[in-house]
Design a protein around this ligand. Structure first.
Ligand SMILES: [Zn+2]
Ligand SMILES: [Zn+2]
Length: 308
């Protein structure tokens, strides 16, 4: 199976429109970008996890000619507003040969998303399938367990997904996908020791006020240590909301004050905030080595694709 990171950025993507902070300037200088976060799992079946505003270019880049199911984590636009792009999969087939694409949603997410996209159901582009946290469902060879994640009062339908499938040599592979969240209430034992963990890292450091209920790398470390992924952890949904030392843009509303920024064990200044992909990976490597965290962690980037 191929696992492809179609996008790895936060709600507004990076570099962000109208932003001149040091992170966005550095990314423009290096020609880096992070589209809105979305994942593709492709075996005999093609499964899309989240479908944000970049869906058209993301799916075009990988020449995806059919989608067998879409898992939606929650009712925020950066995770579902691209559903209209799925029209292309109907429009470009001979009449009568298209079957509506199943889109899997919790009841709370449906309340919001159906209001916006009821016409896609009427025109048989998509077929909304109700899912419930704690109840397994199947999409052909993929077995999926949605689980509750807490992402604040405006995302009450928020879930993560445990996806179970067969790996390259036929062995069982389990992937835990968490989207935007600040907590997992009552995590089930099924989530422990997955092969792969995909987890949000919106900031490097946890802010004083985590109003958007996102996950920082600092806090993600606790979840990684609790879940104990066996092979690899990938960081996604990366933002530009950490304050970089001496950045005049720190006055911007979106730049959050860190609560207790991570520092090397020897003390001294906090770890510098990474400005680009290479610095992100270096900083993460340094932190896991300093803290002797025994789990390999990869900072995902757009179009990173691995065979599992
Ligand atoms: Zn998001
Ligand atoms: Zn969200």
């Amino acid at each position: 199976m191929d696992m492809t990171f179609l996008g790895t950025g936060g709600a507004w993507g990076l570099p962000e429109l109208n932003c001149n902070c040091l992170i966005c300037r550095e990314m423009r200088r290096k020609g880096e970008k992070r589209d809105r976060t979305s994942l593709l799992l492709k075996d005999e079946t093609t499964l899309l996890v989240d479908c944000g505003p970049d869906a058209r270019t993301q799916l075009s880049r990988h020449s995806i000619d059919a989608i067998d199911g879409v898992l939606i984590t929650h009712e925020h636009t950066d995770h579902y507003i691209g559903l209209d792009e799925l029209f292309a999969y109907k429009r470009n087939l001979p009449r009568g040969s298209f079957r509506p694409i199943p889109v899997y949603l919790t009841a709370k997410s449906q309340e919001v998303i159906r209001k916006r996209f009821d016409y896609l159901e009427e025109m048989e582009v998509i077929r909304v399938c109700a899912i419930e946290p704690g109840r397994w469902f199947g999409v052909n060879e993929f077995e999926v367990l949605p689980f509750d994640t807490y992402h604040g009062p405006f995302a009450q339908g928020s879930v993560g997904f445990l996806v179970a499938a067969r790996g390259l040599s036929g062995e069982a592979v389990r992937i835990v996908y968490t989207s935007d969240f600040s907590d997992i209430p009552n995590p089930s034992a099924d989530l422990l020791e997955p092969d792969y963990l995909i987890i949000q890292s919106f900031w490097l450091n946890e802010p004083v006020h985590n109003r958007p209920h996102h996950m920082s790398f600092q806090r993600a470390i606790h979840f990684i240590e609790r879940l104990r992924p066996k092979k690899e952890t990938f960081l996604v949904h990366i933002g530009d909301a950490d304050r970089v030392a001496n950045d005049p843009a720190n006055r911007q509303l979106k730049k959050y004050e860190p609560k207790d920024p991570m520092r090397p064990p020897s003390g001294g200044d906090p770890y510098p905030i990474p400005l680009n992909q290479a610095q992100w990976q270096e900083t993460v490597n340094l932190i896991i080595s300093d803290r002797q965290i025994p789990y390999p962690i990869t900072v995902a980037y757009d179009d990173l694709s691995i065979q599992i």
